[in-house]
Design a protein. Structure first.
Length: 265
């Protein structure tokens, strides 16, 4: 009844099914690992944001320091004076709603304890009339200020961020203490501070960046379950197809057997 399974067409179908099963199982685990990575990231952000603030230079104590993953988003403080002469903007950045394209304003802060200089992302400003003109930026507060913010690692080119040369003066594509240290010769501590509060509070300042979302776990677990359900359906589908083929063959055979036989006159 099922000898047709030895035909070329059905052997190829069986081979495809056997190849699909491990592939879909692997894809399910890939989505599971992405889910676990998202959960770990959310827990890291939540923990970092609620930890007791520490001085920036106790975590990044030297120029060129690469901020490790477990310190990213840690709440930090810094006290010193802004250096507006070396302020710059970072292109193609969105506001808190994600709808408008503009610039991040990056101003170095010379630490009061003499430990070095820290890049501070003071927030977002809108683009001007021309992409080659420096945008209108609220002036950095004069005198000594006390800042609170989030520790961030230097940005690197990749993904949606492309580092291109030939940009207008004081415009960059990356927030990178390493890049700025090479350009200015300043002793910049590794990483940068993403500003959340300033004392004394300025009358005008760029739009502060919102706290990162650490509640959304994404669709990856649902995708993993879908892949594994598809895995289970592969052998079921093969059996259903084979049984339907056998049933059609039985009907065809029964119809052939029941035909009247022509008798010569």
């Amino acid at each position: 009844m099922y000898r047709f399974l030895l035909s070329r067409r059905w052997l190829i179908t069986l081979l495809i099914a056997l190849l699909l099963i491990p592939a879909t199982v692997r894809l399910g685990f890939w989505q599971l690992h992405r889910h676990e990575a998202r959960v770990d990231r959310n827990e890291l952000i939540a923990r970092s944001l609620t930890d007791q603030p520490v001085p920036f230079d106790t975590l990044s104590a030297a120029p060129g320091f690469a901020v490790p993953k477990d310190l990213t988003w840690r709440t930090v403080t810094a006290t010193g004076q802004y250096d507006p002469a070396h302020e710059f903007v970072v292109r193609k950045r969105t506001d808190s709603s994600g709808d408008k394209i503009g610039y991040f304003v990056i101003t170095p802060l010379v630490l009061a304890d003499g430990a070095g200089t820290v890049l501070v992302n003071r927030g977002w400003v809108a683009s001007g009339n021309s992409a080659v003109e420096y945008p209108a930026v609220p002036a950095a507060p004069a005198g000594q200020v006390a800042l609170t913010g989030r520790l961030r690692a230097d940005e690197a080119a990749g993904g949606s961020i492309k580092d291109r040369a030939g940009l207008p003066d004081r415009q960059f594509n990356l927030i990178s203490s390493t890049q700025q240290a090479k350009d200015t010769g300043a002793a910049l501590l590794g990483g940068y501070l993403e500003l959340t509060a300033t004392l004394p509070a300025p009358a005008d300042q760029p739009e502060l960046l919102p706290e990162p979302n650490h509640s959304d776990i994404g669709p990856h677990m649902a995708y993993a379950i879908q892949w594994w359900l598809f895995t289970a359906l592969i052998p079921v589908g093969f059996v259903v197809m084979a049984r339907r083929e056998a049933k059609d063959r039985r009907k065809e055979a029964a119809g052939t057997d029941g035909l009247p036989v022509a008798v010569p006159a």
